[in-house]
Design a protein around this ligand. Structure first.
Ligand SMILES: Nc1nc2c(c(=O)[nH]1)N[C@@H](CN(C=O)c1ccc(C(=O)N[C@@H](CCC(=O)O)C(=O)O)cc1)CN2
Length: 284
C-alpha cells in the first residue's frame, strides 16, 4: 500500500541536485507524481518541490533522506500528503475573511483543520459555535505592554494545546510582539488590505482613495516584527475608478482580501511556499 509524500527543499545551487534527489527517491521505491524546481541566480540558491508515492513510512523516509540533505546543506521538509495543516484563526472586529475561510473549509475547498479561533473581541463567538469550533476571547482592555504580554502567553497556550502548525491573522488588529514573531517565524500569515508595498499601516483604502489610484489590492504575507514587511506569499488586485468612495473601495477590497488569504493558506498548507530571504518561491 503506497502513501503520498511531499518533499520541499532549498540548498546552495550546484550541478546534480535533481539527479541526487530523484536518485534517492528511486532507491526508496518512490514514484514521482509532480516536480518543480527553481534556481535563484542572484543568491545561487536552488528550490525544489516533489510530490511522490512510496510504500515506506514517513519517519523511515525522513531518516533515509537526512544524510543526503546534510551533504547538500539543505533546508528541507518531508511530510505526508494526506496530513491537514492545523490552523489557528485570529480575528478582531472585521469577520469577512474569517467567514470566508470557515465556509471554504466546511465545503471541503480548503484542506486544513481549524481547532480553534482566537479574538480580542466577542463579535464572532456565535459564528465559531455554528462551525463547532472553540472560540477563545482574549480581550485587551488597555493596550499596556503587560496586558499584551499576558494575552500573547494565553495565545501561545492555545497554539501548543492544539498542536497548531499555522496561525492566520484574518484581519486581526493587534501587532504581534517581536518575541511572538520569532516563535511563529514562517508559520504566521497576515492579510494586509493593500497591494504592498503601497499603503502600509492603517486605513489603506482611504490612503488609496486620497491618492486616486486605479487599482486596489490585498497582500498575504508572513508575519515578521517589521509591520507589513514580511515575505509576500500572494497578492491580488481589483480595478476601481474616480466614481467610487473610500467606503466602496473598502467593500470591493473585502472580496479581494478573502481570495488572496485563502490562496496563501492553501499554498502554505500544500507546502508550495519556500522562503528565499525576505521573498518567497511559490510552486503553484
Ligand atoms: N508583528 C506584526 N504584527 C502584525 C502584522 C505584522 O506584519 N507584523 N500585521 C498586522 C495587520 N495590520 C495591518 O495589516 C495591522 C494591525 C494593527 C495595527 C495597529 O496599529 N494595532 C494597534 C491596536 C489597534 C486596535 O486595538 O484597534 C496595536 O497593536 O497597538 C497596525 C497594522 C497584524 N499584526
Amino acid at each position: 500500500m503506497t502513501s503520498r509524500f511531499i518533499l520541499k527543499l532549498s540548498c546552495p545551487d550546484r550541478a546534480g541536485i535533481v539527479h541526487a534527489v530523484t536518485g534517492f527517491l528511486l532507491e526508496q521505491g518512490g514514484n514521482i507524481l509532480t516536480s518543480a524546481q527553481h534556481g535563484d541566480p542572484d543568491h545561487r540558491r536552488f528550490f525544489m518541490r516533489i510530490e511522490f508515492e512510496a510504500s515506506a513510512e514517513l519517519a523511515e523516509m525522513r531518516g533515509a533522506f537526512e544524510p543526503l540533505a546534510a551533504q547538500m546543506q539543505m533546508d528541507w521538509e518531508l511530510v505526508a500528503g494526506a496530513h491537514k495543516t492545523r490552523v489557528l484563526l485570529l480575528v478582531s472586529k472585521l469577520g469577512h475573511c474569517l467567514n470566508d475561510l470557515l465556509f471554504r473549509v466546511q465545503t471541503g475547498h480548503l484542506p486544513i483543520e481549524i481547532p480553534a479561533i482566537v479574538s480580542n473581541h466577542r463579535d464572532f463567538y456565535q459564528l465559531a459555535a455554528s462551525h463547532d469550533i472553540p472560540f477563545h476571547h482574549f480581550p485587551l482592555l488597555q493596550s499596556t505592554p503587560e496586558q499584551k504580554a499576558a494575552q500573547e502567553r494565553k495565545l501561545i497556550e492555545v497554539i501548543e494545546e492544539n498542536r497548531i502548525e499555522l496561525v492566520v491573522l484574518a484581519r486581526y488588529m493587534q501587532i504581534l510582539s517581536p518575541e511572538l514573531c520569532r516563535y511563529l517565524s514562517g508559520r504566521a500569515i497576515n492579510i494586509h488590505h493593500s497591494f504592498l508595498p503601497s499603503f502600509k499601516g492603517a486605513r489603506p483604502y482611504h490612503q488609496a482613495y486620497d491618492r486616486g489610484v486605479k487599482l486596489i489590492g490585498a497582500t498575504a504575507h508572513y508575519v515578521t516584527s517589521d509591520l507589513d514587511e514580511g515575505p509576500i506569499i500572494e497578492q491580488e488586485i481589483a480595478r476601481i475608478d474616480h466614481s467610487l468612495t473610500a467606503e466602496q473601495l473598502t467593500a470591493i477590497g473585502r472580496d479581494v482580501e478573502c481570495v488572496t488569504l485563502a490562496r496563501a493558506i492553501q499554498w502554505h498548507a500544500e507546502h508550495r511556499v519556500l522562503m528565499n530571504g525576505n521573498r518567497t518561491v511559490v510552486f503553484r
